[in-house]
Design a protein around this ligand. Sequence first.
Ligand SMILES: Nc1nc2c(ncn2[C@@H]2O[C@H](COP(=O)(O)OP(=O)(O)OP(=O)(O)O)[C@@H](O)[C@H]2O)c(=O)[nH]1
Length: 395
Amino acid sequence: MRAGWPDRSHGLGRVMRALVTSLLQGGRLIVSGMLMAAVVHAAFVVLFLAAGVTGLAVFNVISSLLYLLMTLLMRQPRWRRLCEAMAGIEVVLHACVACYWLGWDSGFHYYLLLMLPTLMVSTLMPRRTKWLGCAACVLLYLGLDLLSHRGPPPQVLPGGWLQALRMFNAAATLTMLAGLSAIYYNLVLRAESGLREMASLDPLTGLLNRRSLAELAHDQLARLNDASSPLSALSVLLGDVDHFKAVNDQHGHEVGDLVLRTISQALQSGMRQGDLLGRWGGEEFLVLLPGTELPAARMVAERLRALVQARSLRLPGAATLLPVSISFGLCQAQPGEPLAQAIARADQALYRAKQAGRNRVALADQVIDTQPPSTLPPQDWAEQDAPSAEGDGRA
Ligand SMILES: Nc1nc2c(ncn2[C@@H]2O[C@H](COP(=O)(O)OP(=O)(O)OP(=O)(O)O)[C@@H](O)[C@H]2O)c(=O)[nH]1
């Protein structure tokens, strides 16, 4: 239980807590609107009692309670559609009755205007229904105007009261419109950032996906080529999970996915601030190390490799651990070198790491290579003293 809430809340405390919780956690435009409506209606009870308009004061008590009830009911998805419809009916009915009873100058017709944005942003009704609802509101507004101007209203308030009421209604409507707009704007922002996140992250591992990592890599290469930029080096590390096909084949794709997530976490745990990690392909990971030259990058790669190796998995019912390991190919991007070429060089080094027994780091040639792999000179080294992969026999 959060500090500040009583341990055992009863009655009003519980209702208040549910209201605040529904507002904060529900986070929905319509819930916030209903809570605002309950408060505004409660304010009108006081106003009407003071002006001697008892009938409308009772109407407002009922409306205020109805809105509080709906705010609570809105937490249950099955009640949402009914609540939205009830709120709409209440606004229209209340605006019409109050405007007819006290006259056009009371300003109650303003509340009909609230229906237009509320209808339009509702997620619970089809587009056609929204437009029909808006058209009905406009017709009602015009009809109410005609009806109210045919003669004096049933209850005539003193001039000062009427003016105060109209100003209150105008202020309340405008404030609610501003509030609704702000809430809607926040919802749009949240949805937008959610979409952006979905578009840039790999859903399985939560790492950057290939597209967003490629964009960042292009930015880094541009900085490397820019003489005014402080970036002096960029190392590119391409990793590939060892014997991953065998994991899938022997244990199924769910275990394969678990291995990928485990390796992602291991890699993330070894990343430094400013380095970039992403899932480049199925079982391939790409790491960019800005400001890092080859010797330091090699140490980073060794650290990541060791972190992955330490994450062997114990599968349910299995007597032995499932070994996991990763091989890395490493190169330092050359100024002016395209991304594809830097990655191709890292890939060639990765190929040699695999050939040399896996679970190791291999460095690419420093020379920018434009030749096909078959004509390359023999590579100078793959780390022969690195530990062997678990279960090398599967190679
Ligand atoms: N479970 C799972 N498997 C994937 C995913 N993406 C790719 N794979 C599998 O990863 C396997 C990659 O196998 P290979 O490229 O043959 O390589 P490997 O078995 O890891 O062997 P080496 O790389 O030589 O050590 C293929 O069987 C793909 O189907 C994924 O998101 N989830």
